[in-house]
Design a protein around this ligand. Structure first.
Ligand SMILES: O=C(O)c1ccccc1N[C@@H]1O[C@H](COP(=O)(O)O)[C@@H](O)[C@H]1O
Length: 214
């Protein structure tokens, strides 16, 4: 079975249509001002009517307040809320029950011990996203094109489904999935020509590679 793919950091409807047409399961929209992929409330309003009907929509937030998450959820009709900051299990559970949406908690990883942080979120979230720890001094908590040793995930079991993220590309996808055992992956920088600039050819190459991986 091919690996499930989330194309993250989308800012243009054309790219969202391309991703869904080529088999992406999730479409990710980042609401974080410091990100070159930031989708503001205004942009979200303009984007929403142009998005494909298919594809599960994921809003990516970093320590955002509930009102903001609620607004973005309503405008973009989000199916999933991705929490990519220091949100506690209690906050995650609160957001999940209040908004009635599935929640993904990002866990920052550089070595095997970091995976333990996911234990706290059991019962509070619907999926984990194992992403590389940002480099020292990085402005973004994700979307840095950095990876971690994928083999630390091999043979590990978690109470909820999980996605692998961080520095993935069409070229390294096969190794990443084989070494980690991931059934789902998340990519942003690896399908861009420059930070925040999605590249249709790279989206196509990645989704083609995903079809033959697993
Ligand atoms: O992409 C961003 O700008 C971003 C900002 C704030 C939080 C998370 C962000 N991105 C997430 O990081 C993964 C991995 O990115 P990459 O492939 O290494 O560039 C991305 O898919 C988002 O989930």
């Amino acid at each position: 079975m091919p690996v499930d793919v989330k194309i993250c950091g989308l800012t243009h409807a054309d790219h969202a249509h391309l991703a869904v047409d080529l088999g992406a399961r999730w479409l990710g929209f980042v609401h974080f001002e410091k990100s070159p992929r930031h989708v503001s409330i205004e942009t979200a309003r303009a984007l929403a009517p142009r998005l494909p009907k298919a594809g599960e929509r994921v809003g990516v937030f970093v320590n955002a307040n509930l009102d903001t998450i609620q607004q973005m959820t309503d405008i973009l009709q989000l199916d999933w809320i991705q929490l990519h900051g220091n949100e506690t299990p209690e906050m995650a559970a609160h957001i999940r029950s209040l908004l009635g949406r599935k929640v993904i908690k990002a866990i920052a990883v550089s070595e095997a011990e970091d995976l333990v942080a996911s234990n706290r979120y059991e019962g509070s979230v619907d999926a984990f996203l194992f992403d590389a720890k940002p480099p020292k001094g990085a402005v973004l908590p994700g979307g840095n094109a950095v990876s971690f040793p994928w083999q630390i995930l091999a043979g590990k079991t978690f109470p909820v489904p999980w996605l692998l993220a961080g520095g993935l590309t069409a070229e390294n996808l096969h190794d990443a999935v084989t070494l980690s055992g991931a059934g789902a992956v998340d990519i942003s920088s690896g399908v861009e020509s420059a930070p925040g600039q999605k590249d249709p050819k790279r989206i196509e190459d990645f989704l083609k590679a995903a079809k033959t991986t697993r």
